[in-house]
Design a protein around this ligand. Sequence first.
Ligand code: NAD
Length: 296
Amino acid sequence: MENVGFIGLGIMGRPMARNLLKAGYPLVVYDLNPAPVAELVAAGAAAGTSCADVAARADVIITMLPNSPDVRQAVLGPGGVLEGAAPGAVVVDMSSIAPLASREIATVLAERDVAMLDAPVSGGEPKAIEGTLAIMVGGPEPVFERVKGILSHMGASVTRVGEIGSGNVAKLANQIIVGLNIAAVGEAMVLATKAGVDPAKVFQAIRGGLAGSTVLEAKMPLVLARNFKPGFRIELHVKDLANAVETAASLGVPSPLSAEVLRIMRVLQQSGHAREDHGGLVQYYEQLADVQVKAH
Ligand code: NAD
């Protein structure tokens, strides 16, 4: 069994690392925040003292960090993975970052004979806990084959999409679809509520039809319960949609709907909702319509 390093023990990384421990992998972990490191050590992991230290003690180094600058810092910065990784090691970045950043980081690692995959995930905290994430991978096929077994303990599906950066392209597509769905649910349910109709009944009436979706099933009960505890924070979805709009612009692809939902999420981010779940987007419509979506 390969020695695995895990850097970034936040909402997602903590349960993902736990699942690797459960599967029996020798695990060394690190986070800037000591609390989740202590938690994982209590569960059987070894504590790393820096990203470089984790890399020196592992064959496969997984990162689960917020955005491109964080991954650059942890991998290429001072005390980073590159300083500790031995030739032949593999970095698997499971963060959702800009595809171009994945390619650039992989190029620098390759100069030291360290391979890299981008392997972002979908499914959120519940599926991270269950080990049933959807994992979308970019990078060389032989490297994918080497680490697929490790990834399978964190995901129900592990799909190689193409070369490095492709995993994050798939993730941008995922985030566009999820973000626009959340906005559609918010817009529709505020309309129903303002029209005097019970949104819980509307949910029951439409969930089995064409408007039914994973987003509707996951987020509508939380909206009705006024539960916006993250989950997936609005500030992270802002990051993903900004990456989507930027990538679309660089390719000459129109992205008007993503741009509008990004604008709505930024309004919420700047008005005290940044750390709420993205299901809280409904509050933008509620504030303007002066109504609250809840069961009658
Ligand atoms: P988080 O903010 O909860 O966790 C990030 C962790 O990284 C924190 O514990 C932070 O201390 C640590 N960190 C930051 N910089 C570091 C560094 N240089 N060295 C070591 N540790 C560092 O975020 P999260 O919700 O776990 O999300 C992580 C990634 O997964 C993001 O890219 C996010 O978009 C993606 N994602 C999240 C969800 C979700 O539902 N939360 C779902 C799918 C994908």
